[in-house]
Design a protein around this ligand. Structure first.
Ligand SMILES: C[S@@+](CC[C@H](N)C(=O)[O-])C[C@H]1O[C@@H](n2cnc3c(N)ncnc32)[C@H](O)[C@@H]1O
Length: 215
């Protein structure tokens, strides 16, 4: 490229040729790049999940894991993490004696990471991670359900849990409580807080019209 051509290119980059059409192209390219990052890195595997139900990955902190496990102390039976991320809560549940311990996750990168972490920790074959949409999972045999999901999905999730879980089940929510349920106990403060809900109590409150009392 000679110096004349370079000057011309520099002129174009300085805005001579970047008119409305150029700006539109730039905006479209930026939008496409952002969408590619969303679809390929952050939310792959979510194409069939309605946008309003999509929750991105944010891992639980060490304290949050400890708080959730504190609310499951002494419990037994099948334990699931709905949206298990890198598997830290499922692994912690198994280590606390909760078995079977199962994670539902759609993001293939996170599933790979969760399985890798479990293998490295020497628990291969002890816990399982299913590539399955949590909204389609049958939860009727689950006795401990962990959820760290966005506030926006709590209402449809409450309806699903109410419809499917046995009376003896306990739901533990990290960071965001269920707005219309009364917790039986809670641990922690601020971003680390976790709430436990016993389905029998939640159903009793729903029947008597005393839902949603904060602890
Ligand atoms: C806020 S993160 C919590 C991750 C993990 N439970 C933890 O506490 O570290 C929510 C996770 O749910 C997953 N997720 C969101 N919607 C899902 C769906 N419909 N089915 C399965 N997993 C889902 C996301 O990929 C993400 O990993």
């Amino acid at each position: 490229m000679d110096s004349e051509a370079l000057d011309e290119l520099a002129g174009q980059l300085h805005g001579e040729a970047l008119g409305g059409r150029g700006l539109l192209q730039l905006a479209a390219a930026t939008g496409l790049a952002a969408y590619a990052v969303w679809a390929v890195v952050l939310m792959p595997g979510f194409r069939r999940v309605p946008l309003r139900l999509q929750v991105p990955y944010v891992p639980s902190s060490v304290q949050q894991v400890a708080n959730v496990m504190g609310l499951l102390r002494g419990r037994t039976g099948k334990t699931v993490d709905l949206g298990s991320g890198d598997g830290r809560l499922v692994l912690a549940a198994y280590k606390q004696g909760l078995c079977p311990a199962v994670g539902y996750e759609l993001n293939p990168w996170l599933l790979w990471l969760a399985r890798y972490r479990v293998r490295r920790a020497g628990y291969e074959g002890k816990v399982s991670f299913l590539k399955q949409d949590l909204w389609k999972a049958n939860l009727s045999d689950c006795y401990n359900v962990i959820v760290f999901l966005a506030p926006g999905v709590k209402t449809p999730l409450a309806a699903k849990l109410l419809a499917e879980l046995p009376d003896e089940a306990r739901v533990v929510a990290g960071r965001f409580p269920f707005p219309s349920w009364t917790p039986s106990s809670t641990i922690g403060q601020g971003l680390e807080q976790a709430w436990a809900y016993d389905m029998k109590e939640v159903r009793r409150a729903a029947r008597s019209g005393t839902e949603g009392r904060a602890l």
